[in-house]
Design a protein around this ligand. Structure first.
Ligand code: ARG
Ligand code: ZN
Length: 871
């Protein structure tokens, strides 16, 4: 909490540390109600100056000794969040004792209590809530950690690295862990609890045996198999695709119920939000299985892209996050359908990241200033960062990219480096000049590419004129042209691709069919094109840009049926449907027979991957529709989309019914790609069928009752919540709660399905759920399931005319600001979009932002987002 306005930290002010901590010895005494932390730091002067700045927050300082001598308050300066020693020499030993209160730590940063266990979250700046320390990623140290706790309550005591010793004395358990790899404090972790473990083994490519362990609360042991399996596949994949081997004898994962984010890559001891690691068929949906696979891989891959090579400062966050998201996306693509994975990722980017880019919090992938770093764990840093790495991959090719990553890991192993070092390694390994490409990291905002095509039949020539521009964003104007890879193809009337090659070979990468578009405006021409083709642009979503190109309705229908590029095939359908929804909003929509024929051909094509068919037939989300407009009316969007849904359902009712019946075969649940694909299409068909007929509703009821897995049960419940009459919907919800109230992760899904529903998720209903026995303000997953689902999914209720939805969200933000600032700040994102709404709504939203601003002492987290939004 603060009173004065917090100051922004600037990248330009970066200074290397004067002292290194070669060794860090920590001793934790965990007592009921308070914990003492004793540290012994070996200091070595490595830079200019003789001053050592230690960070500390909410700590009680018990004692401090330098080279054995107790210091008094005259010997150091204790600031608000720093402890500074000056006049130091070349090397010293510094011993510090602090007392902290994990039981009272509701921010869930540093050491805190979750249920019966203690755990930590130190990234980005949580370690300073444990003890005074140079809490910055460029200070890397070898950690030894001793933990002392009540032996009965806390039989499991974990930290990073390898176990060294263990004993029990006078009812206290003592353990010592040693991590031989030097690391910054943000990768430190400690866990204490009465946990059960499931073990497995992995033999690395060089033949080393690694013990794999997942620790969970006893009731969850039967939910650990899939994560272990995903871990082993990740370890193998990183060896095969990047040549990266694991480097300790043990790798541990711990599941924690109260966790601000998804998971954390602490060296050798990953800590996970339980929702991102625990699964069994009865309780977890296919989507949850896929999320677990991706996050387990993500955290594991950080061992190289993040831990062995880390960030110099937090402005470099995308160095590890963008690269690691790219790595986990390729892994998921290899494990499942790569096209479907690409559709999911691009669709998320276009919806959420484009919205961020268009709002007050827009920032470059390498920001140049921040007030609170926690606010910068964003879709821009993660997902746009991953898109930039993907473009590098596209430009350099798989082999060139691998040469670059090998050089990067070899050159920087054990170092804290910058995004520029990463690009430099790519350049050096490939002998290319990436100076212009670097702009992707520095310029914020979503580039817009205007495309004009012209076909000259007589000359058999097609020309493509491209113009790019990037809109102004907070603090940035007059942006320069970027290096944009444009992957493309020409489709003939037969539906086949035509072989093409532009007249300017310098701008063309043959195997991947990529045009290198690098100026504000460029025209490319292609000869030998004997018929007028349909031009398929930005295949595979080859660059994170908005495209302005008007395909005709018939060209879109044609691409939906024929484009050999799965991503563009899907996108053609999306563009077509966007148009339908726009017409519906104007009261002018009628599905024509060509539309019906196109959809029919998709649903009846049994040679297609069913998961792909499910995506091809799904309407764009309300959030994405909103994102395609300059200003929007959420209620109009909702109504237009509903009308299109109903017309599609009615026009193809026989197809959907047949599809459901064909795919609704009894089969033992498997979280395998083919089974997941079948279930996704089956459940999509059910959702349309139930919209158009009471037989469909009956089928949903039957599926709800008989399902032996959560994917099918939840899909049926969602259909009933959306389509059945209110009483039946409520009845199903009640039955579900009775069946699952003992399982907190399932209850979260139950909360989400109703609070995110455009049918049930009214402000009244949300208020009721906030009073429900299942709700808990201290648990971030519960807050996200109720308030997050409401504000991000139940858009027509959140944006209700009287502004009650906004008030409800602002009240939640004000309340959480005091207890958990990170969650408060994240939750308020929907309000930051106020400028995009129609004026009547927009002023109501702004008023709520102002009310938060005036509500008293704001955390840095909330202050930064609210103040930037009000500008
Ligand atoms: N590094 C973690 C990951 O794997 C996320 C940590 C986020 N921490 C935070 N304060 N937001 O992506
Ligand atoms: Zn990460």
């Amino acid at each position: 909490m603060r009173d004065a306005q917090p100051k922004a930290i600037q990248l330009a002010d970066y200074q290397a540390p004067a002292y290194e901590v070669t060794d860090t010895h920590l001793k934790f005494e965990l007592n009921d109600g308070y914990t003492q932390v004793h540290s012994v730091l070996t200091l070595k002067q490595v830079g200019d100056g003789n001053e050592l700045v230690l960070n500390g927050q909410d700590l009680e300082l018990l004692s401090i000794r330098l080279d054995g001598n107790e210091l008094t308050t005259d010997d150091y300066v204790l600031g608000d969040e720093t402890l500074t020693l000056s006049g130091l020499g070349a090397s010293h030993t510094l011993e510090i004792s602090t007392q902290i209160y994990p039981e009272k730590n509701t921010a869930l940063e540093g050491l805190y209590r979750s249920g019966g266990m203690y755990c930590t979250q130190c990234e980005a700046e949580g370690f300073r809530r444990i003890t005074y320390y140079p809490d910055r990623p460029d200070v890397m140290s070898v950690f030894t950690t001793e933990i002392i706790a009540d032996a009965e309550q806390f039989p499991v005591l974990l930290s990073n690295g390898n176990p060294v010793s263990e004993k029990t004395e006078d009812g206290k358990k003592h353990v010592v862990w040693h991590d031989p790899h030097k690391k910054p404090a943000y990768l430190f972790a400690l866990v204490a609890g009465d946990l059960q473990v499931r073990d497995d083994h992995f033999t690395t490519c060089s033949g080393r045996e690694v013990l794999l362990r997942i620790f969970v609360e006893p009731q969850n042991v039967d939910k650990t198999e899939y994560a272990l399996d995903a871990l082993k596949r990740s370890m193998r994949w990183d060896e095969e695709v990047y040549g990266r081997e694991y480097d300790l004898d043990i790798f541990m994962i711990v599941a924690v119920d109260d966790f601000n984010m998804g998971a954390m890559e602490n060296k050798g001891l990953n800590i996970f939000n339980s929702s991102c690691v625990l699964a069994n068929p009865a309780t977890a949906t296919d989507a949850a299985y896929q999320r677990i696979e991706a996050i387990v891989a993500h955290e594991y891959f950080h061992n190289w892209s993040g831990n062995r090579v880390t960030c110099r400062d937090w402005f470099q966050l995308s160095l590890k996050e963008g690269f690691t998201v790219f790595r986990d996306a390729c892994f998921s693509a290899d494990m499942n359908s790569s096209t479907v994975k690409r559709i999911e990722d691009a669709s998320m980017l276009r919806t959420v990241q484009f919205a961020e880019d268009g709002g007050p919090m827009a920032h470059p992938v390498q920001p140049d200033s921040y007030i609170e770093i926690s606010n910068f764990y964003t879709v821009t840093i993660y997902e746009k960062g991953a898109e930039i790495v993907r473009m590098l991959h596209k430009i350099l090719g798989a082999e060139g990219f691998r040469k670059g990553s090998d050089l990067y890991f070899e050159r920087h192993d054990g170092q804290a480096v910058t995004i520029n070092d990463f690009v430099q390694a790519m350049e050096d390994a490939n002998g290319v000049d990436l100076s212009q490409f670097r702009l992707w990291y520095k310029q914020s905002g979503t580039p817009v590419v205007e495309v004009l095509t012209q076909y000259d039949h007589a000359a058999e020539r097609l020309t493509i004129n491209l113009r790019q521009s990037t809109p102004d964003t907070p603090g940035q104007t007059n942006k320069k042209p970027l290096w944009i890879p444009v992957q493309l193809g020409f489709i003939a009337h037969s539906g086949e691709d035509i072989e093409v090659r532009p007249d300017q070979p310098d701008f063309w990468t043959e195997e991947s069919q990529v045009l290198h578009f690098r100026e504000a405006e460029q025209t490319f021409s292609f000869g030998g094109v004997i018929e007028e083709p349909v031009v398929s642009l930005f295949r595979d979503f080859s660059a994170p840009v908005r495209i302005n190109y008007q395909h005709s309705q018939s060209a879109l229908r044609f691409m939906l049926q024929h484009d050999s590029d799965g991503f563009n095939r899907w996108d053609a359908g999306q563009q077509l449907m966007l148009h339908w929804i726009e017409l519906a909003e104007k009261g002018r929509f009628k599905l024509v027979k060509e539309d019906i024929a196109a959809l029919h051909s998709v649903i009846s094509d049994e040679s297609l991957d069913p998961a792909m068919v499910a995506y091809l037939l799904a309407l764009p989300s309300e959030a994405y529709i909103a994102e395609t407009r300059k200003s929007y009316d959420p209620v109009a969007i909702h109504n237009g989309r509903e009308q299109v849904l109903s017309e599609v359902a009615e026009a193809l009712i026989e197809d959907f019914k047949a599809c459901y019946e064909r795919l609704n075969v009894p089969a033992e649940y498997q979280p395998a790609p083919a089974d997941m694909a079948r279930r996704s299409l089956k459940n999509l068909a059910l959702s349309y069928w139930a919209r158009a007929s009471s037989d469909g509703i009956e089928a949903a009821k039957a599926q709800f009752k008989s399902a032996d897995n959560m994917t099918d049960q939840m899909a049926a419940l969602r259909v009933l919540v959306t389509c059945a009459d209110q009483a039946e919907a409520q009845e199903a919800l009640n039955a579900f709660y009775e069946q699952w109230k003992h399982d907190s992760l399932v209850v979260n899904q139950w909360l989400t399905v109703q609070c995110g529903s455009s049918r049930l998720g009214s402000p009244d209903h949300i208020e009721k759920m906030l009073e429900h026995e299942a709700f808990d303000w201290r648990n971030p997953n519960k807050v996200r399931s109720v308030i997050g689902a409401f504000a991000n999914q139940a858009l027509c209720h959140f944006h209700s005319e009287n502004g009650r939805g906004y008030r409800l969200l602002a009240d939640a933000v004000i309340r959480l600001n005091a207890s958990n600032p990170q969650i408060a700040s994240r939750l308020l994102t929907p309000l930051t979009r106020w400028k995009r709404l129609v004026p009547s709504q927009s002023h109501l939203m702004k008023a709520e932002l102002q009310r938060i601003m005036d509500s008293g002492s704001l955390s840095k987290d909330v202050y930064e987002v609210v103040s930037k939004s009000l500008v």
